[in-house]
Design a protein around this ligand. Structure first.
Ligand code: TMP
Length: 208
């Protein structure tokens, strides 16, 4: 079977992680060798960078610094995990990737999109995902879900950025979707887990 690189994107509390596990089980059932990974993270060095980004004072980094930190983590992740896995024929499911930098640091954070484009070309290059699922949810609902989940309590720096940030973020993801309709597909994440999983599978099925 040929390799496949699928990324999961969207705002806070959109249920991506649950859906990644569901999709992985389905794909494994079809005999695929599946790797689940996440960004920022996926290697010890990238996880160390993650902890700098997801905790602490809400204004501790400029959006440009955040873009650079995420891209340093992404370079490690691509080099040590993603490219080798794809070369070995695996199906890689990644919880967030390059579109999160575009949406969080660019559209919502105000970092120049041309700067982010240049980082993307230099670091990701041809290793772009074949399919990107954008989980869309009203940010007020998503943030409430993320807070009530109460997991990863220390990882709430972006959740604390306020509703206006998260509204810009949602618009950013929708703009990414409009610009790359072949690679990116919308998932209405406001519904129940089973309904969302059915949607995810019908999109992925057509791509595998
Ligand atoms: P999460 O994976 O639990 O959603 O946490 C990661 C946080 O990092 C999330 O709030 C989104 C943010 N993030 C960025 O701001 N830029 C990026 O490039 C990535 C990958 C994540």
């Amino acid at each position: 079977m040929s390799s496949l690189f699928i990324t999961f994107e969207g705002g806070e509390g959109s249920g991506k992680s649950t859906q990644i596990r569901r999709l992985a089980a389905t794909l494994q059932g079809q005999g695929r060798d599946v790797l689940i990974t996440r960004e920022p993270g996926g290697t010890p060095e990238a996880e160390a960078i993650r902890s700098l980004l997801v905790s602490g004072d809400v204004a501790r980094w400029t959006a440009k610094s955040e873009a650079l930190l995420n891209y340093a983590a992404r370079e490690q992740h691509l080099d040590q995990v993603i490219r080798p896995a794809l070369a070995g024929g695996k199906t890689v499911l990644c919880d967030r990737f390059m579109d999160s930098t575009r949406a969080y640091q660019g559209y919502a954070g105000g970092c120049d999109l041309g700067f982010i484009d240049a980082l993307e070309k230099a670091v990701v290059g041809p290793a772009r995902p074949g399919l990107t699922l954008i989980f869309d949810i009203d940010p007020a609902i998503g943030l409430a879900r993320a807070r009530s989940r109460g997991d990863a309590q220390a990882e709430d720096r972006y959740e604390r950025k306020g509703l206006v940030f998260h509204e810009k973020l949602r618009e950013g993801f929708l703009d990414i979707l409009r610009k790359e309709p072949k690679r990116c597909r919308l998932v209405d994440a406001s519904r129940g887990i089973d309904a969302v999983a059915d949607d995810v599978w019908s999109i992925v099925k057509a791509a595998v």
